[in-house]
Design a binder for this molecule. Structure first.
Ligand SMILES: NC(=O)c1ccc[n+]([C@@H]2O[C@H](COP(=O)([O-])OP(=O)(O)OC[C@H]3O[C@@H](n4cnc5c(N)ncnc54)[C@H](OP(=O)(O)O)[C@@H]3O)[C@@H](O)[C@H]2O)c1
Length: 358
């Protein structure tokens, strides 16, 4: 039995594999006995990674459709790590549909979830699963949202929050820069609207500490609605007041930040300055989450979750999700993590603890 599963796990292409998170995912997959094909646009970096783990590889740019057709011809699943995904998805997803290849990724970008969902019918027709968001954003929050909605099926509102001290990887910083001008996001009566960056904050108490949290455009504003049907959703992250005020000031310059020149300068600075959390941080830190649902009468249910560090969790979770899709545990079409596998998905990771407020 084990041999059959490993053979299928070899039918995986990991694109964007030499990026910060891609490498962690490759390492996790190899540790589980997979032999995925690694791919990306920089030949030298792809080959170095492939040689390090003795893996097959492919080199092509994300817009090369012949490259995709060749690389996906014998593959059952693509695990996409090439973000910001809003800049790559439109060339990548149609290639998966065309080649009948399951699609997973580690996006947290609302507009990317929206775009992928628009391929739901084509994916169903082809019998493939589209499962974006298999990283820290959105697996633990999606599972927390699902647990809460099961406790209160008539909930009208969902509030999620998290605090992580890991810092950002290069790609996450690029994604933040790329959509900074769009501000935060909230779902009201089923509809997503934008809010000015860092304009909404509150104090929440979780893990025994009062935390200043700020509303952000987290993927769950899109996905938690699909998973739970709750029509009003907001997601917050812990943020020191000083940083929140700096972001509020910066948001007045959104028009400038989104200009091509400032985006180029920003990308240059990110490439030069950001390396991502160290291994020591990944192994020692934890991430804390909070979730609350309430109904029209004001009844509420509150829960908290502690997980391993967010990039470590992303590597573990994206491999587990890919494995489950390949094992036929997901339905065809657009899926969310907890929608596809239930809220218990998160408990497959060692070191996850869930507590309920009385
Ligand atoms: N959901 C989560 O919790 C979670 C966790 C971690 C990361 N992420 C997301 O995952 C993405 C990657 O993060 P990271 O830190 O690994 O970033 P990274 O170190 O910059 O790696 C990004 C990878 O994608 C490739 N790439 C980017 N644009 C490309 C394009 N147009 N064509 C081909 N390859 C392209 C890069 O290749 P080049 O170096 O050649 O550009 C690199 O291999 C980001 O969007 C980040 O926000 C999400």
């Amino acid at each position: 039995m084990k041999r059959i599963i490993l053979a299928v796990m070899n039918d995986v292409l990991i694109y964007g594999a030499y990026g910060y998170t891609g490498k962690l995912i490759v390492e996790e997959a190899v540790a589980k006995g997979w032999k995925p094909t690694v791919a990306g646009r920089n030949a030298e970096l792809v080959k170095t990674l492939a040689n390090q783990y003795d893996l097959p590889y492919e080199v092509f740019v994300h817009s090369d459709q012949n490259g995709w057709d060749k690389a996906l011809a014998n593959k059952k699943l693509l695990l996409n790590c090439a973000g910001p995904f809003s800049l790559t998805i439109k060339e990548i997803l149609p290639a998966c549909i065309r080649n009948k290849t399951h699609y997973t990724d580690i996006t947290g970008e609302i507009e990317v979830f929206e775009y992928i969902q628009s391929y739901d019918k084509q994916a169903k027709d082809m019998g493939i699963t589209l499962l974006p968001g298999t990283g820290f954003d959105v697996v633990p929050t999606d599972c927390l949202a699902k647990y809460l909605s099961e406790k209160m099926p008539n909930a009208t509102h969902l509030e999620l929050a998290f605090e992580s001290n890991s810092g950002l990887s290069r790609g996450t910083a690029m994604s933040v820069l790329n959509r900074f001008h769009q501000g935060s996001a909230i779902r009201t009566n089923g509809v997503i609207t934008e809010q000015q960056t860092a304009s909404v904050n509150k104090i929440l108490r979780f893990q025994g500490k009062e935390r200043n949290v700020v509303g952000i455009a987290w993927g769950d504003v899109f996905t938690a609605f699909v998973t739970t049907g709750i029509p009003n959703i907001q997601v917050f992250t812990g943020m020191p007041v000083k940083m929140m005020n700096a972001m509020r000031r910066a948001s007045k310059w959104s028009w400038l930040i989104k200009s091509a020149i400032m985006q180029r300068i920003g990308r240059y600075l990110i490439r030069e300055k950001i390396v991502g959390p160290s291994q020591e941080k990944r192994e020692s830190l934890k991430t804390y989450l909070y979730g609350r649902v309430w109904d029209k009468k004001g009844n509420e249910v509150v829960a908290e979750m502690a997980t391993p560090e967010s990039y470590k969790l992303t590597a573990i979770m994206s491999v587990i999700c890919a494995e489950k899709v390949l094992n036929g545990e997901s339905e065809p079409g657009f899926q969310t993590p907890a929608g596809a596998f239930g809220p218990e998905l998160i408990t497959q990771v060692d070191g996850v603890a869930i507590t309920w407020h009385e």
